[in-house]
Design a protein around this ligand. Structure first.
Ligand SMILES: *Cc1c(COP(=O)(O)O)cnc(C)c1O
Length: 412
């Protein structure tokens, strides 16, 4: 490692120490929240067993639902490895609740790419909500922020469900903090108390001490291979919120009449429970990685979002690298400093659903798990890389400095 970068690491760590301390405090509080729930609900070895067939009375599955509901301050929860991803959990809730003729709105501008396919209004896709006759409107962001005053006229008595995306996803907008979500939900309910407020909670879990459902969201959903799985969950997703809404979603996951009362636990339950237990700490590792990357790359002259000193709403760090060549080099360095597939060389490719080529680095134990250190970005201006995850800060710091060194050593 170049000496100037070793010195830079020391300078940055010193400068971000207050922000690191804040992250540690949130992690302490969330660890206590999870621990208290596990003690109260008397989690034991018996809950980790696998089950087969219909799996009626699977106590491990039912207890995990209870545990999630407790931690999220929700009436009930549906936590399943049968959800193939976060998108599947979100789509299950949307299809479970919405009926032909209902209106869905997004209050956070354009939703995440994979949800656009689910909704089917901006992009044509088979099996979308649009094909089932669900209407859709979008409230554009103003300077990257939710247009709070406009909600009053945007939501109508007919609006059935309002989608609110907590994370920036892969865009340069700001993530929402839980306080923002509280204001948005209140604004919706002031116009139409029956309108369901639904938060896409991906990348937001445990970044703060409160979660959306406790500040007025009716429902939230996300992925188990991001924050809340702690890096141990092998796959899956969750939905938490009001009992009747979670129940409607459960009928879509399995079948009407069956709901959440069956479905086998095929994977080792310990991974879900233990992953949840360490998730506040792992999320803190990922947050420190993001803060550190912002510090190093802003010192090297790159524009970063958020800035090193900013308080965060999700675990994503955007760094504008300014050219395709630098974006590629950055991702290749992160890949080569990964514990898995370090020998693979990521290349830009035409990913389905994206207009521009995309490059991705993910040398992860769980395929595609973005709570593990990963980096990606579309090959278009401003050639921003989106960096997220890191099971340990130590690993993330090594890989981030390696990426910095690769860029500094090149003439790109
Ligand atoms: C990751 C993510 C999703 C879901 O993506 P999956 O890859 O299907 O888990 C949805 N919304 C946002 C904002 C995300 O970051």
């Amino acid at each position: 490692m170049r000496n100037d970068l070793i010195d830079l690491k020391r300078v940055v760590l010193n400068e971000v120490s207050d922000n690191f301390r804040r992250v540690e405090e949130v992690s302490e509080q969330n660890t206590l929240k999870v621990l208290d729930a596990m003690r109260r609900l008397k989690i034991s070895d018996a809950h980790f067993k696998t089950s087969t067939g219909y799996a009626y009375g699977d106590i491990g599955r039912d207890k995990l639902d209870e545990l999630f509901a407790d931690i999220f301050h929700a009436e009930s929860a549906l936590v399943r490895t049968q959800f193939v991803s976060g998108t599947h959990a979100l789509a299950t809730a949307l299809f479970g609740i919405l009926r032909p003729g209902d209106e869905l709105v997004s209050l956070t501008g354009e939703p995440y790419d994979t949800l656009q396919t689910v909704i089917g209004h901006a992009v044509k896709s088979r099996g979308s909500l649009k094909e089932f006759g669900v209407g859709y409107r979008e409230l554009p962001l103003v300077n990257g922020k939710v247009d709070l005053p406009a909600i009053k006229n945007f939501i109508t008595p007919k609006t059935k469900l309002a989608l609110i995306q907590r994370s920036r996803g892969y865009s340069m907008r700001e993530p929402l903090n839980v306080g923002d979500i509280e204001k948005i939900c209140a604004a919706v309910k002031a116009v139409n108390p029956a309108c369901v407020t639904f938060v896409d909670n991906c990348y937001g879990e445990f970044v703060e001490t409160r979660e959306p459902v406790e500040v007025g969201a009716d429902l939230a959903a996300g992925s188990l291979i991001k924050n809340i799985g702690g890096g141990l969950a092998p796959t899956g997703g969750y939905i938490v919120g009001k009992s009747d809404l979670v129940e409607e979603a459960s009928y879509r996951l399995t079948a009407p009449g069956m709901g959440g009362e069956l479905g086998a636990s095929l994977s080792d339950g310990r991974l879900l429970y233990q992953g949840l237990f360490i998730a506040p700490h792992v999320t803190a590792q990922a947050l420190k990685a993001a803060i550190f990357a912002a510090g190093i790359f802003s010192k090297l002259g790159y524009r970063t979002r958020p800035l090193p000193e900013d308080i965060r709403g999700d675990i994503i760090q955007a760094i504008e690298l300014g050219s395709a060549a630098r974006l590629i080099k950055f991702c290749q360095a992160i890949q080569s400093f990964s514990p898995v597939d370090s020998f693979a060389m990521p290349e830009p490719w035409d990913m389905p659903g994206y207009e521009d080529q995309v490059i991705m680095a993910a040398g992860t134990f769980v395929q595609g798990a973005s709570i593990e250190l990963s980096a990606d970005g579309p090959l278009r201006k401003p050639f921003a890389v989106y960096l997220q995850g890191g099971l340990t800060f130590e690993h993330a710091a090594i890989a981030i400095l390696a990426a910095a060194e690769a860029l500094e050593n090149s003439s790109l």
